[in-house]
Design a protein around this ligand. Structure first.
Ligand SMILES: [Zn+2]
Length: 687
């Protein structure tokens, strides 16, 4: 299943589509085995059309949608055929059914569901409209299709025994979607994107004391909801990625084939996979993986180079160290220059090295590293010679180490100034994320102002290189990078960029006048500089749009006004027919992200809690509400407000996210107190 991402649209010309999904109990399944082959089945009935194609081995693949959307199913259909071909070859097992159907449903609260032989999708996860779908969304469609089809083998052909091993299903599918899409589109550099989208986002959540191990005991059925999170999906995928690096591609693939063939039409536990991989590779997979899947959190390795010696120590990485910090250790693959140990298992180790050398090359190890200041300075003077993933890892780790108090934020900001010639989209994602987080947590007018010239200078070279117009033959990563660079400049109020956005918005007759990749920036800039007339124009576009991505983009803009009356107006729409129920949480989350709107968003949340519970209590996104709120504030006063409100709201499904929101809030208050003066001083000297 894919839960993450976005909303879809109002029912477009939808006659009636009925979906019946049957979740067979595992116990029942075991009794009937092998008569019932999968735990998920779906039947769909309604006014739908389709396009079809065949795989190399003759499986009939059909992509269904409502009649007016059939013309947008071609891309997903093509990906489905190619993925089935790829998996048949990779797993060395034919697709077990004579047909493979897929359907885009106009009203579907999940991203997609891997029912055997009939995968159901949100429209936004399956339909690609060449004129209105942005590049990241098109890529996302490819990845979701690759994910769901991998489940036909890993999940359906072989099924986990109990929810504790949900991660195995989801982590694996979230990893192999990259392998499949990398095979289809090598120019998309999927493994570089993997480190940002899977590994870094997993580490963010896993840095909290209130995280959970990948293998989590499930005691109450409602707890299942709370584990469809970045730990099961993203950390699961990340430790599988680490294992892939540890075993090598061939042994990993052969071990998987052995696992799937041995356990076809049966149930498994995590350990069955380790045994199969061990059988083929002859490496101690169980021992290596046990710490990563059974222990919460992950390590930070402190690296000190002195004379000709390197000393490494490891401890659990906490965003904010709790009173009783854990003393866990992990088998850490060091992956440095020749002579470094293969894995570092205890709390400390040392080895000889003439000069400082970055470890965790290629960043496949699921840990952070903080280097001594002299080593960071040495790396930053030759940063352009580092491969992209190592530039990315060094910067991400130094910023996160600063947030957790292992170094000062000034050290990370100073390192960032060495990235003025950076041209890699994934590295820029890390830069944009960190600048955004500093701005949000410091929540200070002076920081917001002094950061603007800093950002404008940092991005100047790339803004000039990329410009506004797509160039013939430019790389895929440059196409992804353009909106990031223009967006950073729009946020920093770079005069020419703001002027261009406003002029494009004014001249726009239909959304198609603006490239889909830049539309969000143009709309948001118009909102930030606009008035009630701008609001009405955006709302009109929203209400008339039949494209789900477009409506999400517009929701984000409509919640980004400065004026209190317009902020209220946007929040007021959430409970009306204007906003589909499945989109409601996005409106609220976007509104919390607008620093002018966070107080009003909180008031709205408090006064509509009963409505949210009633209307959206079944939706996985509802359980993130406390996190949306907690991460929006950095002041002591709000801490009490938060606790007072949530103290009687805890349920098995909400408990973890209430604690996570509280922990983020506590960290933000502390980090602001510690760093605000230094950040301002740094930015002032750079302005
Ligand atoms: Zn899945």
């Amino acid at each position: 299943m894919i839960e993450r991402l976005s909303p879809t649209v109002r029912n477009v010309a939808l006659a009636a589509i009925f979906v019946l999904t049957a979740w067979f109990l595992w116990s029942v399944r075991s009794v009937l085995n092998p008569l019932i082959l999968a735990y998920l089945l779906a039947f769909v009935y309604g006014d739908i059309g389709y396009e079809e194609a065949k795989t190399k081995s003759g499986t009939l693949v059909r992509a269904y949608a409502t009649p007016d959307n059939v013309k947008f199913t071609g891309f997903a259909l093509d990906i489905a055929v190619k993925c089935l071909d790829f998996y048949e070859d990779y797993f060395d097992i034919p697709f077990p059914l004579p047909k493979s159907d897929m359907i885009a449903l106009p009203d579907f609260s999940n991203g997609a569901m891997e029912n055997w032989g009939l995968v159901t999708y949100r429209e936004q996860c399956m339909l690609v409209d060449p004129k209105n779908t942005s590049l990241p969304t098109k890529q996302y469609v490819a990845m979701v299709v690759a994910h769901e089809l991998a489940h036909q083998w890993f999940g359906n052909l072989v099924t986990m025994r109990w929810w504790t091993d949900l991660w195995l299903n989801e982590g694996f599918a979230s990893w192999i979607e990259y392998l499949a899409i990398d095979h289809l589109f090598p120019e998309w550099e999927m493994w570089t994107q993997f480190i940002v989208d899977e590994q870094q986002s997993a580490m963010k959540l896993d840095a909290l004391d209130n995280t959970h191990p990948i293998e989590v005991p499930i005691n109450h059925p409602d707890e299942i909801r709370s584990i469809f999170d970045a730990i099961s999906y993203n950390k699961g995928a990340s430790v599988i990625h680490m294992l892939w690096g540890y075993l090598g591609a061939a042994d990993f693939r052969d071990g998987l084939r052995h696992y799937l063939k041995t356990h076809a039409y049966k149930n498994t536990d995590t350990v069955d996979l380790w045994e199969a991989l061990e059988h083929v590779s002859k490496k101690p997979v169980k021992k290596f993986m046990h710490a990563w899947t059974s222990q919460p959190g992950f390590p930070i390795v402190s690296y000190t180079h002195a004379g000709t010696e390197v000393e490494l120590t490891q401890e659990r990485f906490y965003l904010q160290k709790p009173n009783s910090a854990s003393t866990l250790a992990w088998p850490v693959p060091v992956l440095g220059q020749d002579g470094t140990p293969e894995t570092f298992t205890g709390h400390e180790t040392s080895y000889r090295s003439a000069s400082p050398d970055k470890i965790n090359k290629g960043e496949s190890g699921f840990y952070r590293t903080i280097y001594d200041p002299a080593s960071i300075a040495a790396f930053s003077s030759i940063i352009v010679n580092f491969p992209a993933l190592d530039r990315l890892g060094l910067l991400a780790d130094t910023f996160e180490a600063a947030k957790a108090g292992y170094t000062d934020l000034k050290v990370a900001l100073q390192l960032l100034t060495a990235y003025q010639s950076e041209d890699n989209s994934a590295v820029w994602d890390i830069i944009a994320m960190n600048l955004g987080e500093i701005r949000r947590v410091m929540d200070d007018a002076d920081v917001r102002e002094t950061m603007k010239p800093f950002i404008i200078r940092l991005t100047a070279k790339e803004l000039e290189r990329l410009g506004w117009e797509e160039k013939e033959g430019e790389s895929y990563f440059d196409r992804l990078l353009r909106p990031t660079i223009i967006g950073l400049n729009a946020g920093a109020e770079e005069q020419l960029v703001v002027k261009e956005c406003l002029s494009r918005f004014d001249k726009m007759k239909t959304p198609e006048d603006i490239p889909a990749d830049l539309r969000g920036i143009v709309y948001s800039t118009a909102a930030q500089n606009g008035d009630s007339k701008t609001f009405d124009k955006l709302l009109d576009l929203h209400n008339n749009s039949t494209n789900s991505e477009e409506r999400t983009t517009l929701a984000s803009s409509l919640t980004h006004f400065k004026q209190p009356a317009l902020i209220k107006k946007a929040l007021g729409l959430i409970t009306t027919d204007t906003v589909r129920r499945q989109d409601a949480m996005y409106w609220l989350a976007y509104s919390f992200m607008n620093h002018h709107a966070k107080e009003a968003s909180w008031e709205w949340l408090v006064s509509h809690w009963g409505w949210l519970e009633k209307e959206l209590g079944h939706d996985l996104s509802f359980y993130r509400t406390p996190i949306y709120a907690g991460r929006s504030f950095s002041d002591e006063k709000f801490r009490k407000t938060y606790h007072d409100f949530f103290k009687d709201k805890s349920t098995p499904a909400l408990e973890r996210s209430i604690k996570q929101g509280a922990e983020m809030l506590a960290w933000q208050i502390a980090w602001k107190q510690k760093e605000l003066a230094q950040v301002l001083q740094f930015l002032n000297t750079k302005s």
